[in-house]
Design a protein around this ligand. Structure first.
Ligand SMILES: [Zn+2]
Length: 212
């Protein structure tokens, strides 16, 4: 294994982090625990009425993500909703499936199993490297993340878990691998994606992807 790029994700860059990992794991339908509660005053999006969430729509939502113990892992609030392109694998498969067909104003609690979320913990992704496999200017610290090429062409993000002498312990599992995810979501906007968004495979604008 050759470690090739330094520290992809620094600080709280949760959106690209999420977007990256969502593509890595396979998809299988999950019977989600849906508590569908549609509010009274639905904004009218077009003359045809509200658009349903389906392939090729951009969804903005608020959410609160907790683990099985009820600890909050992540959230997006009304003042800064999260946006994604539906059907593009930008969010975990279990949540994407649960949202299909929903309208703006829909509130749902969605329970996502690890296999429909960030995957199970895989021992084979726990590995080690030597310091000289990292870029010479990389100041290694526990918790740092690196993109590594394992030869398959699909980069894997490894987290440094331990530093002992010349040995660097790495974990390529997603930090949320093995977790059952509890999402509490509210759909705040659904619109048709632009041609550019469809081409890029992600949502643009507030709460979505920003290009420099
Ligand atoms: Zn783009």
């Amino acid at each position: 294994m050759m470690v090739c790029a330094a520290n992809q994700w620094s600080g709280r860059s949760l959106v690209p982090f999420r977007a990256f990992f969502f593509g890595l794991f396979g998809a299988r339908p999950l019977g989600c625990g849906a508590i569908g509660a549609v509010c009274g005053s639905l904004p009218v999006i077009s003359s045809q009425g509200p658009i349903m969430i389906k392939q090729g729509t951009v969804v903005s939502m608020t959410y609160r993500l907790t683990n099985a113990a009820g600890e909050e892992l992540d959230r997006a609030d009304k003042n800064e909703p999260f946006s994604y392109l539906h059907g593009a694998g930008q969010i975990v498969p279990g949540l994407e499936k649960a949202l299909a067909g929903a309208l703006v104003g829909t509130q749902k609690k969605v329970v996502v199993s690890p296999e429909e979320g960030y995957g199970e913990v895989e021992e084979r992704l726990r590995t080690s490297a030597k310091r000289n496999q990292f870029p010479p200017d990389a100041e290694l610290t526990v918790g740092m993340r690196f993109a590594a090429d394992d030869g398959s062409g699909q980069p894997i993000i490894f987290t440094v878990t331990e530093l002992v002498g010349d040995d660097v312990s790495l974990d390529g599992n997603h930090p949320l691998a093995g977790e059952t995810l509890h999402f509490d979501v509210e759909v705040v906007e659904v619109r048709e994606a632009t041609a550019e968004e469809l081409q890029h495979g992600h949502a643009h604008g507030p709460g979505g992807h920003h290009h420099d």
